[in-house]
Design a protein around this ligand. Structure first.
Ligand code: KDG
Length: 320
């Protein structure tokens, strides 16, 4: 029995060891990463049984990626080895041209994962879980990934399980119009939606958290979270709303913060916690993730998340 199933591309990330434009960077740190994989690893560390659907190359990077998923306790029985394609990779440029921000530069066209297709979607496997999670990255990878995403969503929608979608629009992968056309029908099937104001602008022409949430709730979502980066996050249901500020931590690389947040937030909801507690858990996981290079390395276990939150509460009392 699985708790969560998700699908997407896992890439090798080369994270610049120095700040500044990549042409001047000499050393890079190698990590495995990808929005859905970051979420999957987070959920696994936070105590849930997670299944992952993807294709990996048989090249050295594919073997590395498979090893990472396996070592994090992810079920890889639906990870296909595609011998005809290479692994997708990407580089991270840090703190330039905007201090505090990272840029992502992809080399992933026609990668093994972008060849994922409807044939890789086993309905019975998805139906074993309580939650199916998707982000806007997977359907943006290729036509066959888009079809596979729709198929998986359809299976989940017609089963007794919840669907969470993190919009994660990456304009390096598709246009605003393509993103809107694809993601709007997907969002109508979601129970939990995570979104950032810049994505809401593309999808709904709105930037105000409350207005965004109202629009998405009226489309059928049960919980909407608007991720506000350094400001924290706002969550809303039909009966309740909550806002929690982000925790202040030293920032090394913000890439992957949203995926860590999603794991903290959704794992808390699955444990029956309140909206406020779930926002705190999401913010805690997001905060820890950005204190290092690599997307998932600092996503905490449930026990460490509790320690982080307890320490934050002690700090608040001392400061008062
Ligand atoms: O959320 C972090 C991801 O954006 C990063 O790991 C790379 O998966 C990635 C993508 O497609 O942008």
């Amino acid at each position: 029995m699985l708790d969560v199933v998700t699908m997407g591309e896992v890439m090798v990330q080369f994270n610049a060891c120095a700040n500044g434009p990549l042409r001047h960077v000499v050393y890079f740190e190698k990590h495995a990463a990808g929005a859905e994989a970051n979420f999957a690893i987070g959920m696994s560390r936070l105590g849930f049984k997670v299944g992952f659907i993807t294709r990996v190359s048989n090249d050295e990077f594919g073997k590395y990626i498979l090893g990472v998923l396996r070592s994090e306790g992810i079920d890889i029985s639906r990870v296909k080895v595609d011998r005809e394609a290479r692994s997708g990779i990407y580089f991270i440029q840090r703190n330039y041209p905007i201090p505090g921000r990272s840029s992502v530069i992809y080399y992933r066209k026609e990668s093994a994962a972008s060849r994922l297709s409807v044939d890789d979607i086993d309905p019975d496997y998805i139906r074993k879980a309580k939650l199916f999670h998707l982000t806007g990255i997977t359907p943006a990878l290729s036509k066959s990934c888009r079809e596979a995403s729709f198929k998986a969503l359809d299976v989940a929608y017609h089963s007794d399980m919840k669907i969470s979608i993190d919009t994660n629009i990456r304009l390096g992968l598709w246009s605003r119009e393509e993103a809107r056309e694809t993601l709007m029908p997907m969002l109508k099937k979601a129970n939990i939606i995570l979104i950032e104001p810049q994505d809401a602008e593309i999808l709904l022409e709105k930037r105000e958290p409350k207005e965004i949430a109202e629009d998405l709730l009226s489309m059928g979502a049960e919980v909407v979270v608007v991720k506000l980066g350094a400001e924290g996050a706002f969550a809303c249901t039909e009966d309740e709303e909550a806002m929690k500020p982000a925790f202040r931590v030293p920032i090394v690389d913000v890439t992957g913060a949203g995926d860590a947040f999603a794991a903290g937030f959704i794992s808390s909801l699955m444990r029956g916690k309140t909206l406020e507690e779930a926002l705190e858990a999401g913010n805690a996981a997001g905060a820890l993730a950005i204190t290092v290079k690599g997307d998932f390395e600092n996503i905490p276990s449930h026990e460490d998340l509790e320690k982080f939150l307890a320490a934050q509460k002690r700090k608040t009392i001392i400061l008062r």
